[in-house]
Design a protein around this ligand. Sequence first.
Ligand SMILES: Nc1ncnc2c1ncn2[C@@H]1O[C@H](COP(=O)(O)OP(=O)(O)OP(=O)(O)O)[C@@H](O)[C@H]1O
Ligand SMILES: [Mg+2]
Length: 256
Amino acid sequence: MTPLLETRGLSKTFGGLKAVQKVDLCIGADRIVSVIGPNGAGKTTFFNCLSGIYRPDGGAILLEGRDITGRAPHQVCRLGVSRTFQNIRLFPEMTVLENVLVAQFQHRSISPLPLLLHSPHFRDEEKRSRDEALAFLDFVGLASHAEKISSSLAYGLQRRLEIARALATRPRLLLLDEPAAGMNPQEAVDMVRLISRIRERGLAILLIEHHMKVVMSISDDILVLDHGVPIAHGAPEKVRNDPQVIKAYLGEEVTP
Ligand SMILES: Nc1ncnc2c1ncn2[C@@H]1O[C@H](COP(=O)(O)OP(=O)(O)OP(=O)(O)O)[C@@H](O)[C@H]1O
Ligand SMILES: [Mg+2]
């Protein structure tokens, strides 16, 4: 069966630095695949290539067998790949609800004419968007915060809002860059639950995460990068006991 997303020999260099080197990866629909590795291993760069922020300088990205290498971020998003950022990127002065509405409008191609004319069609559309946005907020546990200014939310809640915004673009594949970063153990457990519920909606998830408990408990498959090079790939049990992985993580916790 054709995987939802596949990379073949994906590579990205910055000057002389080989940030991502020949990465092969397959993600099936409704799978959770994690990308782990020490700081600077190339994880975010890999995401930036997948989401169209960087143009890879080698290899290919296939979405359901179709080559999407080099597509711009908005095109990749329209094709069903959405992401969150390691450094949260919200509209800080907007409300929580407005942040989700903006994501929806960015995704849809809505003619401005009904909006300018304030036609009944526009009012229907506006109501539908609002209801949908509220449903996404409810899904991530933020319904009661809808009217708050997003920068006033606690950090962990802002991460949830980022996920609601990504979901509002109706992806088939969601890329999460360290969704549990800076969270306490209970918040990290809650994040695992949320990620599982997203998968239950039929989405595939590609996850970058340093919390090994999160990674080991939730992943179907794990890819390990070290200095841009894939050094291990497989089920959590296999990866956890891989001597090269243990070496790359020397001094860091690999086992939960
Ligand atoms: N735009 C850029 N220009 C030059 N070098 C870059 C750029 N982006 C990333 N790098 C370099 O590429 C390497 C990989 O960085 P990247 O951010 O992908 O690592 P990472 O695995 O996400 O690390 P972390 O766990 O700290 O988030 C690093 O050496 C980084 O300094
Ligand atoms: Mg990173």
